[in-house]
Structures are given as structure tokens and as C-alpha cells.
Design a protein around this ligand. Structure first.
Ligand code: TYD
Ligand code: MG
Length: 453
């Protein structure tokens, strides 16, 4: 069978070439050529139309008010946190990209979701290019009877997968993962940009026709970007990111893009012996586990539109190293550097010659400036060797370069969450205008010189 011709187009300047080049002959950029299927002869695209094809009849634009909207009921995955992040469940005919590092629980989550749907009488299909059917069964055995009901196809050939999707017409389908499928139309290896794009485009086509809701699983690289799958972001309706650390139990699920809902919601899960369990009372757990020892502070964070109390811990220890270590988990390293600089310059807590370790407990990742004050107070508390007093407190606020505390979104919801869990003292930009004032309020009046404990 003759294979359709392929071309290589530059992702920077759009130049096309029948051959692959390391350097684009058009713009001179390196490694920008991506393999694509050549358009069928005579097919008129945007470019073809311009080159003198028959003029198409003008279509009529209609006012938005007259556009008919069909409210299709969503598919409920039976996992409340997943449904919430999706904006109320899976939309038929939509494409959802689920990204996350290996071992985080993507296969577990998707298998559980299909299991619930299958038990609710929906047609489902689980396509795995990664694991054998036997391996998937072993996982499903841990997840319970529902998960074992899901029909599975262990296949890496895209055409075979598409044929099965057409034949079975599932209402919900998981492709695990988009990087393992391979289209014979392209020469490049599975997982390359050209292949990933081709796989997703053709699956989207079938999904739209049959009304199948597709969950595409994609691996992320160490740097945290959806390499490969990143090129799919504009093509899919929804991008979900599954985060956490493999060794820890807590995982967060957030939407980076959502055509059918907000990107503010975050789901919290816990990996248990029998699959992922939803954590509905995350604040209670984190506050309950907080040590209240020197170096421990509770942060009233916002995870999307949901307030979440998490413990931030710091350790400050004398160092022989030049420069000393700055290690943080669950936070941005550059943000830690900034906080330490302001702490030293404007609040009298210098940790220049000490190793500093900061950790957001529970494997949660906090990506908001509101965490600054918590990091600063945890470091100050660790450096002085005194716990925050008199009672355990919660805090939030951004730190400015001149040592002031700056307001962040939803102060009242953060304070309410803290109060709900018994943390009556809340340090915020409203109660402490500067970082110096915040350190004083949290750690007392001792203005003695600070040495690394
Ligand atoms: P998996 O879903 O395979 O991750 P991914 O598809 O993202 O690579 O699961 C990852 C880990 O979760 C694996 O190391 C085993 C663990 N696990 C549990 O702890 N409990 C369970 O019930 C299951 C199914 C997996
Ligand atoms: Mg997997």
C-alpha cells in the first residue's frame, strides 16, 4: 500500500521542504522542522484558495443571540474532584489532555473514571500503548470490580486504534498515552512533535464525529512542561495537570485550560492501596499534622477558588558551603531567593551563611505570591529557634522588594478557612504592613542578632 507523502514544515517560519534538515532553509533556525502529512493533491486550504481555486460561496454570519446552543448532558466520572475540575464532568465529543510525570497516577485516575462510567452503563474504551492488557488488569484489580468492567485495547498503531474507536463508538475513551501511539503515515518515531500532533488530530476527528469524550494521557518532562503534548494545548478543549510527588501521598489536579469551565478549581487526591481517594478535608489534615515546632508555619493558600491551609516548614543550619544551599520543595526557587533577600535586608533576619531548606508539607505545590510571608516566617522561626506564638497562627501575603506586605486575592476566604480550623490569629497585609512587623508579631519582640540555630 502506498504511503501518503509527507513534508517537513518549520514550526518557526512555516517554510516547507520535502526533506528533513537540521536547520530550516527558510529562517535558519535549528531543529524546527516537523514532519507532517502532505495535503492531498488538489485540496484547497487557506493557501490553496488564494492561488486561484474556484471561489467558495459566501457563508452567512448570524448574531450570537440566534445561535442555537444544545446543552448536552455531561458524563459524570463518579470522581467528584475530577468532575469539579472539568467543570461538571466530561463533555461528549471533547478532548481532554491529562498531563503529569510518570508514576503520579494518571493511569489509575483514568481507569477509575472509566470504571465508574462503565458501571453506570456507559460504553467505555481504555487504549494503552504503554502497558500490556495483563498489566492493566493487575492495576484494575486493586481498583475494584468496576474498573475490571472496562474494555481494554493494548495497541500502539493509530489506525488500529481509530478503527476500534469507530467500531465500538465508546462514549468515553482513554488514550494512555498520546506519546506511545504511532501513525504509519509519518516516518518519525512515536512521541515526536509530528507524531503527537498527527495522533491527536486524527483522534479528535473521530471523537467529534462519534461524540466520544476522549481523555488523552500525556507525560511531562522533568522540567514540568508538557513537552511533546505541549503542542496539543491549542488543539484540545481542556488541559489538566496532575501534580505531586511520587513518594508522597497527596496529588493535586488542576485545569490549565478549560473551554467548558473555569481554570480555578483544584482537586486534591491521596494515593491509597486501592487507588486514588478524594481528599475533601485537606485543610483539616494539613493543620492537624502541622508540628507547631520552630520552623513550622501554616499558610492560608488559595488553590484556585478554594482556600487550603498547608504547613510550610523551614530548616536553617550553619553551612561550610560557599554559596550555602537553598533547597525548596513545592515552591519556586527564585521566589525563595527573593524572600531570603528581603528577610535579611528589611526584617533583620540574615541567613547568608546558613543552608536553608523549605518544604511545603504533603507534596503540595504552591504557585502563588501569597506564600511569601509563610516562607519568610518559617525561615525566621527556624533561624531564631522559636515557634510562632502565642497560639499557632495562619498567614498569607506577598512580600515586596522594599519589605512591605502586599495584598493578595481573597483575603476574607483565607481568613475564614483559618478560623474554621481554629487558627484565630491570622497574619496578613491587613494586620502587618511590613515583613518586619509580621516577624515581630509572629515571633515576639526579641530583636537580638540572629544566628543560624
Ligand atoms: P499509575 O497510575 O500507573 O501512574 P502513571 O500512569 O501516572 O504513570 O500509578 C502510579 C503509582 O501509584 C504506582 O507506583 C503504584 C501506585 N499505586 C498505588 O499506590 N495504589 C494503587 O491502588 C494503584 C493502582 C497504584
Ligand atoms: Mg500510566
Amino acid at each position: 500500500m502506498a504511503r501518503p507523502a509527507t513534508i517537513f514544515s518549520c514550526s518557526a517560519c512555516g517554510a516547507q521542504s520535502p526533506k528533513w534538515h537540521g536547520r530550516c532553509p527558510g529562517c535558519g533556525e535549528w531543529n524546527t522542522l516537523v514532519e507532517e502529512r502532505a495535503p492531498a493533491p488538489g485540496a484547497g486550504g487557506a493557501r490553496g484558495g488564494r492561488s486561484g481555486g474556484p471561489a467558495a460561496a459566501a457563508a452567512r454570519a448570524i448574531p450570537l443571540r440566534d445561535v442555537r446552543v444544545e446543552r448536552t448532558p455531561r458524563l459524570h466520572t463518579g470522581i467528584g474532584e475530577l468532575d469539579r475540575v472539568l467543570g461538571g464532568g466530561l463533555v461528549p465529543g471533547s478532548l481532554v489532555l491529562l498531563g503529569g510525570s510518570p508514576g503520579i497516577g494518571k493511569s489509575t485516575l483514568t481507569n477509575m473514571a472509566l470504571g465508574h462510567l462503565a458501571a453506570a452503563g456507559r460504553r467505555t474504551l481504555y487504549v494503552s500503548g504503554e502497558e500490556s492488557a495483563a498489566q492493566i488488569r493487575l492495576r484494575a484489580e486493586r481498583l475494584g470490580a468496576q474498573a475490571l468492567e472496562v474494555p481494554v485495547l493494548a495497541e500502539t498503531d493509530l489506525d488500529a486504534v481509530l478503527a476500534t474507536m469507530r467500531a465500538e463508538a465508546p462514549e468515553a475513551c482513554v488514550i494512555d498515552s498520546v506519546q506511545t501511539l504511532h501513525s504509519a503515515a509519518l516516518d518519525s518515531a512515536p512521541g515526536t512533535v509530528g507524531q503527537v500532533r498527527e495522533v491527536a488530530t486524527r483522534i479528535a476527528d473521530v471523537a467529534k464525529r462519534s461524540g466520544t469524550a476522549v481523555l488523552l494521557v500525556g507525560h511531562v518532562t522533568k522540567e514540568g512542561s508538557l513537552a511533546g503534548p505541549r503542542v496539543l494545548e491549542h488543539l484540545v478543549d481542556c488541559v489538566l495537570q496532575f501534580e505531586g510527588e511520587r513518594e508522597r501521598t497527596y496529588r493535586t489536579l488542576r485545569a490549565l485550560k478549560n473551554r467548558f469551565g473555569s481554570t480555578n478549581d483544584v482537586g486534591v487526591f491521596e494515593m491509597a492501596a486501592n487507588g486514588l481517594a478524594e481528599v475533601l478535608d485537606a485543610s483539616a489534615r494539613f493543620v492537624g499534622e502541622a508540628t507547631k515546632a520552630p520552623g513550622s508555619v501554616v499558610l492560608a493558600a488559595m488553590e484556585g477558588s478554594r482556600p487550603l491551609l498547608v504547613e510550610v516548614q523551614a530548616l536553617v543550619s550553619p553551612s561550610e558551603l560557599v554559596p550555602p544551599r537553598r533547597v525548596c520543595t513545592g515552591l519556586d526557587r527564585n521566589r525563595l531567593a527573593l524572600v531570603l533577600a528581603v528577610l535579611g535586608r528589611h526584617a533583620g533576619v540574615g541567613v547568608g551563611a546558613a543552608d536553608v531548606f523549605v518544604n511545603v508539607v504533603g507534596g503540595v505545590r504552591i504557585d502563588e505570591p501569597g506564600a511569601d510571608v509563610a516562607v519568610a516566617l518559617a525561615v525566621a522561626s527556624a533561624a531564631r529557634g522559636v515557634a510562632t506564638s502565642p497560639a499557632p497562627l495562619a498567614c498569607f501575603g506577598e512580600i515586596g522588594l522594599t519589605g512591605e506586605l502586599r495584598s493578595v486575592a481573597h483575603p476574607e476566604r483565607r481568613s475564614a478557612e483559618a478560623e474554621k480550623f481554629g487558627l484565630r490569629q491570622v497574619l496578613s497585609p491587613a494586620t502587618a504592613p511590613t515583613l518586619r512587623a509580621a516577624v515581630k508579631a509572629a515571633l515576639g519582640d526579641r530583636d537580638r542578632p540572629v544566628r543560624a540555630a
